[in-house]
Design a protein around this ligand. Structure first.
Ligand code: UD2
Length: 294
């Protein structure tokens, strides 16, 4: 890398810029040439200037059902500040308790749409049915309203800017567990009976279902396909190991993301953060699973 820099002309702003943007401690590109977004690998000013010319609208779908309404304020308050700051964003909040949504003043370019949704007795069904609800809303509303759409868990908080570097056709977030455990830690669904099954020995990145997205048409294809898998599993009396996350991982293995977000974009607070995670842009809120899900 030093040799590369040495061979570049020493003059000019761009030499300094390039030098600042090189990282040698992490994988910057997937084997299918999709960029992997890490702190220190992009210049947000340049990206913002490009993006502004396009006047895109981004939608964010998130769910707060039953006790998860308690996470709304932390999510929206931090997203208002850190998510695509200065750009147009519609937050679509699905909840069974619209009356419990706190009134919050959002930035002028941001808006909040509250959409009533039914609840399910099992938390796994709330989580898995998100795929179906998102796919239906794309068909009926969002394809007319937004250019890009991201699905995010509600029990998260943002601490640093998440900007237009996340925008691309099909985007997945690499799970933070992939950086703390050996690759084949058996996170994929391997049972051949499940539609989410990935044959043993296959697989590359493991993606977190907490944050994925892309163009509206690609997210439609993804959510429709994943929910079809969930429905077929239900008919066959099987539930994938990590629910819709297993189906998401199967989909993204065979439909490669055009951009990957590093675990800086979803850090699991249960894990010790290695040095390569230079910033924690977004992380999970610690929760008592037994208390919050029942
Ligand atoms: C993982 C995934 C999550 C989902 C889940 C399924 C990550 C970091 N997260 O998180 O996306 O795939 O596994 O096993 O990969 N929800 C409610 N009310 C409930 C339960 C869930 O609103 O009672 C919604 C809420 O938006 C929540 C999401 O569903 O953020 C996922 O549920 P979770 O956060 O409890 O799942 P978790 O932490 O196991």
């Amino acid at each position: 890398m030093d040799k590369l820099l040495h061979n570049l002309p020493k003059e000019g702003h761009w030499h300094l810029l390039l030098k600042r943007l090189l990282r040698t401690d992490v994988l910057l590109m997937s084997p299918w040439l999709a960029p992997i977004m890490w702190e220190g690998t992009f210049n947000r000013d340049i990206l913002n200037a490009q993006y502004r010319q396009k006047n895109f609208v981004v939608g964010v779908a998130t769910f707060a059902v039953k006790k998860y309404v308690r996470f709304i304020e932390g999510f929206l308050g931090s997203a208002n500040k850190f998510f695509l700051s200065g750009h147009r964003v519609n937050f679509y909040l699905f909840t069974d308790h619209p009356e419990k949504v706190p009134s919050m003043k959002l930035a002028p370019e941001k808006s909040l749409v509250i959409i009533p949704v039914q609840n399910y007795s099992r938390w796994q069904d709330i989580s898995m049915n998100r795929m179906d609800i998102i796919s239906n809303h794309i068909r009926t509303h969002w394809r007319y309203e937004v250019d890009y759409l991201y699905s995010m868990d509600i029990d998260v908080q943002m601490f640093e800017h998440i900007g237009v570097e996340i925008i691309d056709t099909l985007v997945g977030t690499i799970s933070s567990w992939q950086y703390t455990k050996p690759r084949d830690s058996n996170s994929y669904e391997r049972r051949p009976e499940s539609r989410a099954a990935i044959p043993s020995g296959e697989g590359d990145f493991y993606y977190a279902a907490s944050f994925y997205g892309g163009s509206v048409s690609e997210v439609y294809k993804l959510t429709t396909a994943c929910f079809k898998g969930v429905t077929e599993d239900r008919a066959n009396g099987i539930e994938a190991k990590w629910h819709e996350e297993s189906h998401l991982n199967k989909y993204l293995l065979y439909h490669k993301p055009t951009r990957l977000l590093s675990p800086e974009y979803y850090w699991d607070e249960e894990l010790i953060r290695p040095r390569i995670i230079r910033v924690k842009r977004l992380s999970s809120v610690r929760k008592d699973l037994k208390e919050v899900r029942f």
